[in-house]
Design a protein around this ligand. Structure first.
Ligand code: MN
Length: 442
């Protein structure tokens, strides 16, 4: 039984008990941080407005007798990959121990010794956050029926959904080299596009820059080449979830995508939120996997699991222009969605990805694809939200947007709340669009 999500738990770190806090004791998400003036990267766990330093915790002996030597070693690393590789039992042992160390009713030296307190806890305001793991491979799926239907109907009005779509989770292999942590500016890329009549090609800064609201999944132990991960074992291989902005150049995409799918339209940058919210923390918010429509094809066995699940995860996208930030105007809410609306589940995507024997390694990620719901305000990218620019949205400063302009900040937030559970949040995934640069040879 998972007692770490008990809504009655309180922490002796007071900021964690504030009702709107993203990081109460029930959450305990993992990140990677460095302290100001020190480049060393350390694994941390967010609690209230603090970060718990895992290496300090190990060095002070707080995990002795509770977690394996391998787990203690992995938590002292400069990246999360080794810990991800250890698997679910080790993850849970650490979570249970950390939860009890931070609990208000557990008298522990960590709480009472000022020295230990200072060694193990640092203010989030005083740290720099990095991507928690080195990402070997990144795959992006296309799992929302609403998104696939909307986008398909713009390009193929008579035939929006291709015949494969309800039979397998469609995806493409993305670029891990350009995945960055929240807060990193996103430089407007340049690319090749074609004129509306299809007559003339040109190269220059892209004009139709977009965001995509997505959720990404962090892989744990993974599989050796030639072995697949059965769908029933998905939980053993999935460590947690992050928020993602899959920045997209629509004018480039439109010209290049046939016949092999997106390439330069997607490879210039992808932003992740800094914290990984674990599946153990998300347990109270799990919902049954989506029901298929009556006319939908039956899933093949390798994509079928009676206990499959989604997550009731609320998602928002806000945009703030440079002018709005200067004038102190709040960001404008432009999309509001829920991850539970997706057609394909994270377990199905994992089983399908590895069904050929393709190995996944600790720290690999794969993403959901744009999260769009049925209603207009739940469409997860500007392409859909403005219907290719036909219906611009108005920001808080009165300016209109069909697509993103330089200086625009895109802010994605996610949180889970439910009757009988403590609300938990993900922390923002944000980035500001910077003006295009002339690429320089290196
Ligand atoms: Mn995408």
């Amino acid at each position: 039984m998972n007692t770490t999500t008990d809504p009655n738990l309180k922490s002796w770190i007071e900021s964690a008990n504030a009702p709107e806090c993203d990081f109460p004791i029930q959450n305990l998400p993992y990140g990677l941080f460095s302290r100001s003036g020190d480049d060393t990267r350390r694994i941390g766990i967010a609690i209230g407005d603090r970060v718990l330093d895992c290496r300090a915790l190990v060095e002070l002996g707080h995990l002795d007798g509770h977690c394996s030597p391998e787990a203690r070693c992995a938590l002292s690393s400069h990246r999360l990959n080794e810990f991800l590789g250890l698997g679910r039992e080790e993850w849970r042992a650490v979570r249970e121990r950390v939860s009890s160390l931070l609990r208000s009713d557990m008298p522990e030296s960590l709480k009472d010794s000022a020295d230990q307190h200072d060694a193990c806890l640092v203010a989030q305001a005083d740290v720099t956050l990095h991507l928690p793991m080195e990402i070997g491979d990144y795959t992006d799926f296309y799992a929302s029926l609403h998104h696939a239907t909307n986008v398909g109907s713009m390009f193929r009005p008579d035939n929006p959904l291709l015949p494969n779509w309800k039979n397998l989770p469609v995806g493409y292999h993305g670029r891990s080299s350009s995945v960055v942590v929240s807060g990193t500016p996103m430089v407007r890329p340049s690319g090749q596009t074609v004129s509306a009549d299809g007559e003339e090609t040109s190269f220059g800064p892209v004009r139709l820059l977009d965001y995509e609201l997505e959720v990404t999944f962090v892989v744990g132990p993974g599989n050796p080449m030639g072995r697949r991960i059965p769908i029933e074992e998905a939980r053993e291989h999935l460590f947690g979830l992050m928020l993602m902005n899959d920045w997209s150049a629509r004018d480039v995409q439109k010209w290049e995508y046939q016949p092999l799918g997106p390439f330069n339209a997607k490879n210039f940058g992808t932003t992740l939120s800094p914290w990984i919210v674990t599946l153990d923390a998300l347990e109270p918010f799990m919902v049954p996997g989506p029901r298929r429509g009556e006319d939908d094809p039956t899933n093949l066995d390798y994509l079928t699991w009676a206990d499959d699940f989604g997550v009731d995860l609320n998602l928002t996208v806000e945009i703030s222009s440079e002018g709005m930030r200067e004038q102190g105007i709040d960001p404008t809410l432009v999309s509001r969605g829920n991850y539970a609306d997706m057609y394909w589940t994270m377990s199905q995507m994992l089983a399908h990805h590895t069904s050929t024997g393709c190995p996944l390694r600790p720290g690999d990620i794969y993403a959901s694809g744009t999260v769009s719901g049925e209603t207009e305000d739940s469409r997860g990218c500007l392409l859909e939200r403005t219907w290719r620019g036909q219906h611009p949205i108005t920001l808080g400063d009165g300016t209109e947007r069909k697509f993103l302009q330089d200086g625009d900040e895109v802010i994605i937030n996610g949180w889970c709340e439910r009757e009988g559970a403590r609300r938990i949040g993900f922390g923002a995934c944000s980035g500001v669009v910077a003006p295009a640069l002339e690429p320089v040879a290196t």
